[in-house]
Design a protein around this ligand. Sequence first.
Ligand SMILES: O=C(O)CCC(=O)C(=O)O
Ligand SMILES: [Fe+2]
Length: 215
Amino acid sequence: MNAAAPDLPGFQGSLFDQGTDIGPGPLRGLRRTELAGGAWVDHLPGWFHGADALFEELVAQVPWRAEQRRMYDGVVAVPRLLAYYPEGRPLPHPALREAREALSAHYAAELGEAFTTAGLCLYRDGRDSVAWHGDRHGRSATRDTMVAILSLGDPRDLAFRPRGGGPVALRVPAGHGDLVVMGGSCQRTWEHAVPKTRRAVGPRVSVQFRPHGVG
Ligand SMILES: O=C(O)CCC(=O)C(=O)O
Ligand SMILES: [Fe+2]
């Protein structure tokens, strides 16, 4: 089932991104922002070339799922579409395997293991979002780890605040092939969100690479 694709508003690709060659660029331009408590965020705008072509392929070809979540006595729709690729399942595009390998190689010494799983989110418009949270399932609840996010489509802000509340300390626009990597204690001592926006934004796809046992 792919209910998502036909409903999306027209997507306007970047004028600078007409080539069909799709893949990761070099990682040497990564810039690190240190947050309090041993957390950090790496950022590399425009990491991917062919990002808009990849976006369109993923929107069309990934088996996106609409999920529901139990809330108190009712059930609410999760405000984004989802897909999950566990370790060993082929990713929906070869460029994503290249991305995972490049990230695993780049962070090998610091991370001590490879990125293995991929979670995908599709934010259809500004009403889709993810609420404040840390990725705290599994080992990330107690140990430092990394979550690397490739963003495609229209940029949305990835926002960071200390765990449990407080002002937003960092806001990173993420779309059109940008890379954001959360590391150190980021999942335990900080929270991140993609806030809803009233701006007229087109759809965005986020691809989150995580090591085994981190969720
Ligand atoms: O859309 C994003 O880049 C963030 C998604 C996220 O935080 C998550 O799925 O855990
Ligand atoms: Fe997250």
